[in-house]
Design a protein around this ligand. Structure first.
Ligand code: SF4
Ligand code: SF4
Length: 68
């Protein structure tokens, strides 16, 4: 399967509200230990739904080719 050019990345300001988890169509983001959201880069299709939904605005989209 071809990977999307981008994936979502969550920074440390995440407040673990779960909004991203609720909207992700690919089940690619989950709250870990009740403290932060974490993205499964392999599942993420870069749709940005989580980033639009995040009330704390802590999700950025990262280019895959920029990540070594
Ligand atoms: S960009 Fe889309 S697929 Fe990726 S974690 Fe966010 S909602 Fe899920
Ligand atoms: S929506 Fe934003 S603040 Fe809420 S859990 Fe997801 S990344 Fe964290």
């Amino acid at each position: 399967m071809k990977q999307s050019p981008q994936f979502a990345q969550i920074n440390r300001e995440c407040v673990a509200c779960g909004c991203c988890e609720a909207v992700c169509p690919k089940d690619a983001v989950h709250i870990i230990l009740g403290i932060t959201a974490q993205v499964d880069k392999e599942k993420c299709v870069g749709c940005r739904k989580c980033a639009k939904e995040c009330p704390a605005d802590v999700i950025t989209m990262v280019q895959r080719r920029a990540v070594v």
